[in-house]
Design a binder for this molecule. Structure first.
Ligand SMILES: Cc1ncc(COP(=O)(O)O)c(C=O)c1O
Length: 922
């Protein structure tokens, strides 16, 4: 297959080695029998040509081994060529090269006729973790070999890890290696390297995009090293970078130490470097809380405390629950304890291994502070909202956000402004909230003189369906209007995104850092001044002007205050409910730390689950060491699924993977690219750089309208009950398949098999249908393929639940509206017909509670919200059995008029103007 047909170079490489194994084996066989071999030889030559420009980025099998394969083939030694290729390919396929018995290409002669070892064939697990180190220097082959030998000489049997080196001669090659070789954990930049690659890199352009300006070689060596370090950190921030220099190392250390983990003088040899490389990886490998828990679990204890299950004591001697140990194993109970001392720690006041574990997580996830949460992002969201929002503060939030925000904002007493996302009526889904909607609400609040009370913007990135915001742009434009706005990005589904260079810029933590850096740049100041020259001060500028241009914040006033909540358990390794709160707030220690602590205490159990905490610690270790590899594979699996559905002749008759163009209207995609990943990496990067929204390729929404089966039935009756395939979300005519770092190629293959079986059955049923059955089927298809009743926008709060002052704006007091309904005499139940009649008669009917049909799973009504004809039409069109907040026997719970009158007369006094508080300058 030509490289252009692939989504990733890793697939190209894997397939090329497999093709090579197959065809060299046949060649060896046929060559021996003197059969015609031309076409086989062509296949081998083609595969070798594919591998030639890419093998140099990996230490295994290494270029010497690769050249040897080529030589054996060229000289007709097919037997030996086949043996060697088989050995390499098996080792690659089973990962056995990662063991401590690494391939020694230089000692190739000893191994050349060796059969694949048992370890190669059995996929033996590595004895100690293996990684590769990139050396950037233009050197001869002999020098390279000598250097490799030098590093190998330092190995000791009790080293924690083993590594091999990959040498590249240029800046371009270094970036390509970092982008392609997921085994790299460190990079040593030496003084002499070229800018451009000597090799023809045209076949790689689809998969890697290069950085670096053309004048690189005109700059002094330390600047070149600095540019390279910055470019590498942008692609792989986790790599430990080292600099080896021949000039004044002390001087360099002063200037460049923030780019490099350490700087060495070349003449000092490589032992210190070798030890530092091992030490750097060991620092990420450390899992302090897991280690503390493991050592604690092996100590004998006498428990005179709660938790009879600790050390398995209440189970091991039990006559009735011994199967608990049989099933879970003893270790998990040995690790159960309520101790917070003896090497362990307290989550509420961490001072030992838990504090260390959280600090390591902050480093890995790019935050300034990270907090572990053992009750999911549902709790994380409530902690952040309570820490930052006081009763009466205005919070702007996507109405389709997770229920934890609705409840959290209600408990906090926020005045909530619901934002409308764009609608995808065709698929009964919402997209994300456009920047114009956010800005118009901020400007409306400004007109009403309420901007001072606006505290926070809360958005979901990415949405359930995979719509990803341009996080930096949203924050930049909002800060232009409201310079102290705080952002909470719900990244429940996006913890993995940090570990892939394409996703990373659209994560909250990276965008916060970038924004803070931009605000400090003189170029930004100049651009801001030019903006002021053009439109005048933002505070005085016309709404229309502000809405229609991309705004820059005032660098002297804007504060970067960003929070992100992530369900680690949803997309990375962690036990269920393991989540993290990441903080990048310039004002955290000054303004928030104490209220954050209170909020954390409010919502956190005093008996947090240690296994969850240990799994968060290990999940962080994994992400720091192999996150890049795993996320890349996750994307590849998603692309395999997409290709398999869309290219299958039978499946494509009934199902179709929705593309970026289907889920993101063209007005939000100035790049004009309909399917960014399919268009190759450079195009994908373009789209991810400039489009307002992009689609997370690892989420695959399949349109199933033409099957005539409704989404929920497709999920429950077919996928789950019959085939054990679990999926999360459906809409009327779509089903969402998520790939994660746990998705395997086999599970993708199984899913395809299931979908094909379903399509075959459908085809068979259609053939056998009676005319009546066929007519019913066609009606079902028509219903599912025609647009449903339009999805409703937020209708508005009843005036009794607004603050009733000044120009009307959208925000409402959900807490008052919620608690008023605790008095039964203020509420009544109305069946839908009755509500409709009253609404038609011009009455305002007000919900006492959240009404949430599932699917789609967002509240159509919140407490205090008025019913609209649009909402009623939408509810009527739904055929979902599950509607929370609605009783089939009694109908909707609504307020009686008396309650609304009371609510209007008992509005709380306006909160004090925050500007008047001492120490709070306007
Ligand atoms: C956007 C969003 N935020 C938060 C949550 C809650 O996360 P958790 O299950 O970790 O409590 C979910 C759960 O589905 C979600 O979809």
């Amino acid at each position: 297959m030509p490289a252009g047909a692939y989504n990733s170079l890793w697939q190209v490489r894997t397939d090329a080695w497999s093709t090579l194994e197959e065809s060299t084996a046949q060649l060896a066989l046929r060559g021996a029998r003197q059969h015609p071999v031309e076409s086989l030889a062509d296949t081998v030559a083609e595969a070798l040509a594919v591998l030639a420009p890419i093998e140099r980025f990996w230490a295994f099998p290494g270029m010497r081994a690769f050249y040897r394969v080529r030589r054996l083939f060229a000289t007709g030694k097919y037997d030996r060529c086949a043996t060697m290729v088989t050995r390499i390919n098996r080792s690659l396929a089973t990962d056995s090269y990662r063991g401590s018995q690494t391939w020694d290409a230089d000692a190739e002669d000893d191994a050349r006729d060796r059969e694949p070892s048992q370890a190669d064939q059995a996929g033996a697990r590595p004895q100690r973790p293996y990684f590769e180190v990139l050396i950037v220097e233009d050197m001869t082959e002999d020098q390279e070999r000598a250097l490799r030998e030098e590093f190998r000489r330092w190995r000791r049997p009790d080293d924690q890890f083993v590594y091999e080196i990959v040498v590249v001669p240029s800046f371009d090659d270094a970036l390509m290696a970092a982008r392609l070789n997921f085994r790299l954990q460190a990079c040593v930049v030496r003084r002499r390297f070229a800018h451009r690659s000597r090799h023809d890199t045209s076949s790689l352009r689809q998969f890697v995009s290069l950085l670096g300006s053309d004048d690189l070689m005109d700059r002094p060596p330390d600047e070149r090293a600095q540019v390279l370090a910055r470019s590498l950190a942008r692609i792989r921030p986790e790599l430990d970078l080292y600099l080896m220099t021949e000039v004044a190392v002390e001087d360099m250390a002063g200037r460049l130490s923030h780019h490099f983990r350490r700087i060495f003088h070349t003449r000092e040899g490589s032992l210190e470097l070798h030890l530092s490389i091992l030490d750097g990886v060991a620092a990420r490998y450390r899992a302090p809380f897991f280690s503390a828990l493991r050592s604690y679990s092996h100590r004998p204890t006498g428990v005179f405390h709660a938790l009879p299950i600790s050390h398995g004591k209440s189970i091991v001697n039990s006559h009735w629950i011994s199967d608990m140990v049989d099933f879970y194993g003893l270790d998990i109970f040995l690790a159960e304890t309520s101790a917070t001392c003896g090497g362990l720690d307290s989550l509420l006041e961490p001072t030992g291994p838990l504090r260390d574990a959280q600090e390591l997580a902050a480093k890995t996830f790019g935050s300034r502070k990270t907090y572990f949460v053992t009750n999911g992002t549902s709790t994380a969201n409530k902690v952040v909202v309570q820490a930052l929002v006081q009763p009466g503060d205005i919070v702007l939030v996507d109405r389709n956000c997770h229920q934890s925000h609705h409840y959290g904002l209600m408990l906090a007493g926020a005045m909530v402004t619901y934002l409308d996302a764009y609608r995808l009526n065709q698929y009964s889904m919402y997209g994300a909230v456009p920047i114009t909607e956010i800005k118009s609400q901020l400007l409306a609040l400004r007109r009403a003189g309420k901007l001072d009370r606006v505290k926070m913007l809360l958005l979901t990135n990415c949405t359930f369906d995979g719509i990803v915001y341009d996080v930096q742009r949203v924050m930049q434009e909002c800060l232009a209007i409201k310079p102290d706005l705080i952002f909470l990005w719900d990244e429940a589904w996006f913890a993995f995104a940090r570990f892939h260079p394409v996703y990373r810029p659209r994560t909250a933590m990276r965008a916060a850092r970038t924004l803070a850096e931009i605000l400090r740049l003189p170029e930004h100041r100049a651009r801001y001044d030019a903006q002021t020259e053009e439109i005048g001060a933002i505070d005085a500028a016309d709404d229309e002007v502000l809405l229609n241009r991309r705004l820059l914040p005032d660098p002297a006033r804007a504060r970067v205050r960003v929070y992100s909540t992530q369900s680690t358990h949803k997309t990375l390794t962690s036990l269920r409910q393991g989540s993290m709160i990441h903080v990048w707030d310039q004002d955290f220690s000054q303004k928030v730390e104490e209220t954050f602590h209170e909020a954390y205490m409010t919502h956190t159990s005093t008996s947090p689950n240690y296994q969850i905490l240990a799994s968060l610690d290990l999940g962080r270790r994994q992400a720091a060491l192999e996150g890049f590899e795993l996320v890349q594979k996750q994307i590849e699996n998603a692309m395999r699924l997409r290709d398999a559905v869309d290219q299958h002749p039978l499946l494509s008759r009934y199902m179709r993977c929705l593309t970026t163009a289907d889920l993101i209207p063209a007005e939000y995609r100035p790049s004009g690219i309909d399917q960014p990943l399919h268009a190759g990496l450079p195009k994908m990067i373009t789209a991810w750089d400039c489009d307002e929204f992009v689609l997370d390729p690892s989420r695959v929404t399949i349109y199933i309208g033409t099957t005539g089966i409704e989404g929920d039935a497709f999920k429950r009756r077919h996928l789950m009950d019959r085939y054990g395939v679990q999926i999360n979300k459906t809409s009327r005519n779509t089903v969402l398949f998520m790939t994660t770092i746990g998705t395997t190629r086999s599970s993708v293959a199984y899913l395809i098999e299931v979908l094909v079986t379903m399509a075959r059955e459908l085809e068979a049923q259609l053939t056998d249908m009676s005319p009546n059955e066929r007519a019913a089927h066609e009606r079902a298809v028509l219903r599912l393929t025609s647009p449903s009743a339009p999805l409703p926008d937020f209708s508005g709060f009843h005036p009794s639940f607004t603050d009733g002052r000044g120009l009307p704006t959208r925000e409402g007091d959900v807490r008052r509206a919620f608690y008023l309904a605790y008095n039964d005499s203020y509420c009544e139940y109305l069946m839908p017909d009755e509500v409709e009649q009253r609404v038609e008669a011009g009455e305002q009917v007000v919900s006492t509670t959240y009404v949430t049909p599932y699917p789609p799973g967002f509240p159509v009504l919140v407490p205090g919200q008025v019913f609209s004809p649009q909402i009623l039409a939408f509810m009527r069109s739904l055929d979902t059995p599950e509607v929370h907040g609605y009783r089939a026997d009694a109908g909707y719970r609504v307020y009686v008029d008396k309650a609304l009158e009371i609510a209007a007369t008992t509005r709380p006094a306006p909160p004090p103007d925050p500007r008047s508080a001492p120490g709070n300058a306007p």
